[in-house]
Ligand binder design. Structure first.
Ligand code: SAH
Length: 242
C-alpha cells in the first residue's frame, strides 16, 4: 500500500504548521497542491518533487496525487489551514474509492478561524458557527438561511470566503442579514493574511464592518451579543464571574 497524506499546512507561516504535518511532508517524495500553497512550503522541504495545479482544478489535483501514489511514491496533498475545512479531504475520500491500493492519512491543521482568532484576541470562546460566503458550490439562499439562523441563535459567526472579484458585495449582504438580529454596535473583527506576510487584523463594529471591503485572503468574525472590545482586542466572555 502506498501512503497518500492529506495535510493541512496551517495559515501560512512554517511556524504555524503542526510538527506532525512537517514530518509528513518530510516523509513524502512528492508534494501536490495549489500553486500558492506549494510556494509557501517549498523552501522548507528541499529535494521534494512539487506538482501544482491552478485554482478550480481540484478534481484534477486529487487525481494527480493518487496517480503519483499508485506509482509507489509517498505523496502529500497539501491544503491551507485544515484540509477538512472547505478543503480537499472529502473529495480525496470520494476519489480514493477508485484507488484501493492507496491508503489515505489525514493530518489536521490550524484553520483560519483558529489562527485568526489568536490575532484578534478571544472571539471564539463560546459557541460559534462557521459559514462560507462562497456560492460556487452552495446556493446563496442556503447561505442566507444559515446566516440568519445563526444570528438569531446568537452564535459568534466566522465567515470564510467573504469576498472575491465577482462577489464584492457579499459581506455587506451578510451583515444586512445579521443586523436584523444583532445591534449595529456588535463587536466584529477581520484578519487579512493570517500567519503570512502582510498580516493585518482589525476590531470594529458591525455597522463599520458592513461598510468595509475585504478580499479573499481575509476571514471575518461577528461577535455574539456579549462580545466586547477590550483595549482593541475582540473578546467573547465565557461567563466566569470576575
Ligand atoms: N482550508 C482552509 C480554508 C479554505 S477556504 C482553512 O482551513 O483555513 C478559503 C478561505 O479561508 C479564504 O477566503 C479566507 O476566508 C480563509 N483563509 C484561509 N487562509 C487564510 C489566511 N492565511 N488568512 C486569512 N484568511 C484565510
Amino acid at each position: 500500500m502506498s501512503i497518500l497524506y492529506v495535510v493541512g499546512i496551517g495559515p501560512g507561516a512554517y511556524g504555524k504548521m503542526t510538527i506532525e504535518a512537517a514530518e509528513a511532508l518530510k516523509n513524502s517524495d512528492v508534494i501536490v497542491g495549489y500553486t500558492v500553497y506549494v510556494d509557501l512550503v517549498k523552501e522548507h522541504f528541499p529535494g521534494k518533487e512539487f506538482l501544482t495545479t491552478p485554482m478550480r482544478r481540484e478534481t484534477e489535483r486529487c487525481e494527480l496525487a493518487f496517480l503519483e501514489a499508485e506509482k509507489g511514491k509517498t505523496v502529500a496533498m497539501i491544503c491551507s489551514g485544515d484540509a477538512g475545512v472547505y478543503g480537499m479531504t472529502g473529495l480525496m475520500y470520494e476519489i480514493g474509492v477508485r484507488y484501493p491500493g492507496v491508503e489515505l492519512k489525514v493530518i489536521g491543521g490550524v484553520t483560519a478561524a483558529i489562527g485568526g482568532a489568536a490575532v484578534l484576541g478571544a472571539p471564539l470562546i463560546h459557541d460559534f458557527a462557521v459559514i462560507s460566503l462562497s456560492d460556487l458550490l452552495t446556493p446563496w439562499e442556503k447561505i442566507e438561511k444559515r446566516l440568519e439562523l445563526s444570528a438569531e441563535a446568537d452564535f459568534v459567526i466566522c465567515l470564510y470566503n467573504p469576498s472575491s472579484k465577482k462577489r464584492k458585495d457579499y459581506l455587506k449582504k451578510a451583515c444586512d442579514l445579521v443586523l436584523k438580529h444583532r445591534s449595529p454596535d456588535t463587536v466584529c473583527g477581520y484578519v487579512k493574511n493570517i500567519g503570512r506576510e502582510g498580516e493585518e487584523g482589525c476590531v470594529l463594529t458591525l455597522s463599520r464592518l458592513h461598510d468595509t471591503q475585504v478580499d479573499m485572503f481575509t476571514t471575518v468574525w461577528i461577535g455574539n451579543s456579549q462580545t466586547k472590545n477590550i483595549n482593541g482586542k475582540m473578546v467573547t466572555p465565557r461567563g466566569y464571574r470576575l
